[in-house]
Design a binder for this molecule. Structure first.
Ligand code: ATP
Ligand code: MG
Length: 165
């Protein structure tokens, strides 16, 4: 019996398909759906910063980065805020897609850390019965069937993992 399932999303098309399937399964099983996105800190290209400005993703003179963000580089606080705002957008979109498919109970988790480890920890903490992920994500090595995150999840998850093409 599936009472709680988790979908991990990174903003890729594979993850969108995973979200649609997870939403459909949550509806059919009347299960709780846990939507997880792991924030990964990186220096952002200028184009992304400009896009964030145009989209008003973060206020120009924003207050300090949310306490969730523990990245050390003071001068990168703006990048950290943009990454967190993009993460919220990914969760918004995923929740919307899953609800459109009929999911009723949706829980959102915005995490930090090494993506696969953070997802595995959350899955164990919430005792999920099934994990749904994309085979691939935003990475560029599309010749490989699995990305490094989905590969690690398939190897280490304590529950069945559904990898969506
Ligand atoms: P790589 O990152 O190894 O270059 P990739 O980006 O193509 O390759 P993965 O990162 O393994 O592939 O992505 C596969 C799936 O893992 C995604 O579709 C998504 O379901 C999940 N995933 C990847 N990164 C994250 C993340 N930061 N937060 C939540 N889920 C993620
Ligand atoms: Mg990736």
């Amino acid at each position: 019996m599936i009472e709680r399932l988790l979908v991990a999303v990174d903003g890729s098309d594979h993850a969108r398909r995973a979200a649609d399937l997870a939403g459909d399964l949550a509806a059919r099983y009347e299960a709780q759906l846990v939507v997880v996105h792991v924030l990964v800190y990186r220096r952002l290209p200028d184009a992304v910063r400009r896009m964030a400005e145009i989209e008003h993703l973060v206020e120009p003179a924003a207050s300090p980065a949310p306490s969730l963000l523990r990245w050390p580089q003071e001068e990168s606080a703006e990048d950290a805020r943009i990454i967190a705002a993009l993460g919220e957008k990914i969760l918004d979109e995923t929740e919307r897609r899953a609800r459109d498919k009929g999911a009723r109970e949706v829980v959102r988790c915005l995490l930090q850390g090494e993506p696969a480890d953070a997802i595995l920890e959350e899955a164990a903490r919430r005792r999920v019965d099934l994990m749904v992920v994309g085979c691939r994500g935003l990475g560029e090595l599309s010749a490989l069937l699995l990305g490094s995150v989905s590969h690690k999840l398939l190897q280490l998850a304590p529950c069945p993992v559904l990898a969506v093409k």
